[in-house]
Design a protein around this ligand. Structure first.
Ligand SMILES: NC(=O)c1ccc[n+]([C@@H]2O[C@H](COP(=O)([O-])OP(=O)(O)OC[C@H]3O[C@@H](n4cnc5c(N)ncnc54)[C@H](O)[C@@H]3O)[C@@H](O)[C@H]2O)c1
Length: 336
């Protein structure tokens, strides 16, 4: 499939990007990673890929793209925190809008065949009028993060119209799975999994009835692969169409980890979408893609990863059935 091609993954040291790198290497692509390690991790880096420790907002990035001559670009590097985007909208736009523009400009100069962009579905439509929310629903982002991801998608369209730089924009639901950072603000699955395995009491913001569309990182990687040859010039949701409450995630993980205690409830966070799920019928038509990993299976894979990771690090303290120790771990259910 790779035919000696080079694939560039921006953000390839991150959660989704590192899985993307692994899959591309399995498919025999030569893989180049650009990452500034702001949230990505060295331990996520696949040693078979070429790694450049670079910030996509810096001009040096363009020289690297010039040298590496990628055929395909998977653009995943971004400022990904909704809260951070509210605190620092300029920093957010710098990474997500200007950084993307630099990647686009460098890509067109070297004649990249296609750019596949990691956009957001969860933060694009606000609280949609109906769920599952269709791909062509009104765009009403309620955070600077949602806006910057949306503006970047518009630039992809411009480069497609103006320069025939081919693209597909994939608008993800709440992606979860192995390697998600349990210390971030979002990633409720990772945060709960780690907390429960450590015997700490997870905190739920609000009453936990808020609902999200949880999609496995492995299904997201499949969608990116399917987009190499399909879905040109289009944007589409990549999700499950199912709305799952944070309380339900808590219960499922409690059963998988055999955690015995209840959640702590903190105040509701402002500016959060209350209920969303995403219709993925356009991806089904355009990419012949469908989500394959059911929620319980995906949660088990995630818990297995954290178990293994924590065992290796020797971090699991006390018995899982013991009383929750220490302070509550934070949690969030941001619509990524
Ligand atoms: N995780 C989700 O639920 C979700 C949902 C919708 C969209 N997305 C999008 O998917 C992509 C990957 O997200 P993730 O969850 O893997 O997050 P992540 O934070 O794990 O990955 C982002 C990566 O980009 C790198 N990065 C950030 N700014 C950079 C810069 N200026 N220059 C170079 N590298 C930079 C980080 O170091 C990190 O490795 C992002 O574009 C995000 O907006 C994620």
């Amino acid at each position: 499939m790779a035919d000696g091609k080079t694939a560039l993954v921006t953000g390839g040291a991150g959660f989704i990007g590192s899985h993307m790198v692994d899959r591309l290497l399995e498919l025999d692509y030569r893989v180049v990673i650009l990452d500034d390690l702001s949230t990505g991790k060295i331990k996520n880096l696949n040693s078979k890929a070429v790694f450049h420790h670079t910030d996509i907002t810096q001009p040096a990035m363009a020289e690297i793209i010039q040298r590496e001559q990628p055929d395909l670009v998977f653009h995943m590097a971004a400022q990904t925190s909704v809260t951070q985007s509210t605190k620092d909208p300029i920093g957010d736009a710098n990474a997500n809008v200007l950084g993307t523009l630099r990647v686009l400009e460098a890509s067109r100069r070297v004649g990249v065949e296609k750019i596949i962009y990691s956009c957001t579905g969860g933060a694009l439509y606000g609280d949609p009028e109906s769920v599952p929310c269709p791909d062509d629903a009104k765009i009403t982002p309620v955070s600077p993060y949602g806006m910057s991801k949306w503006v970047a998608e518009q630039y992809l369209y411009f480069y497609y119209q103006q320069y025939r730089l081919h693209y597909t924009s994939l608008r993800y639901g709440n992606v979860y799975g192995p390697r998600q950072d349990p210390h971030g603000e979002a990633g409720v699955v990772a945060i709960f999994s780690q907390s429960m395995l450590e015997g700490k009491q997870p905190q739920i913001f609000g009453d936990g009835t808020q609902e999200r569309d949880f999609v496995s990182v492995f299904d997201v990687v499949d969608a990116n692969i399917a987009a190499i040859d399909n879905g040109d010039g289009k944007a589409m949701n990549i999700a499950t169409g199912e709305a799952t409450s944070v309380n339900r995630i808590f219960e499922l993980l409690r059963s998988i980890t055999e955690y015995k205690w209840d959640a702590l409830h903190g105040p509701q966070r402002t500016g959060e979408v209350y209920r969303i799920s995403l219709d993925w019928s356009r991806a089904a038509t355009e990419l012949e893609w469908s989500p394959k990993i059911g929620l319980e299976e995906g949660l088990r894979l995630t818990v297995d990863y954290f178990r293994e990771f924590m065992d290796l690090a020797g971090n699991v303290s006390g018995s899982l059935g013991g009383h929750p120790g220490g302070s509550a771990a934070g949690n969030a259910a941001s619509a990524g």
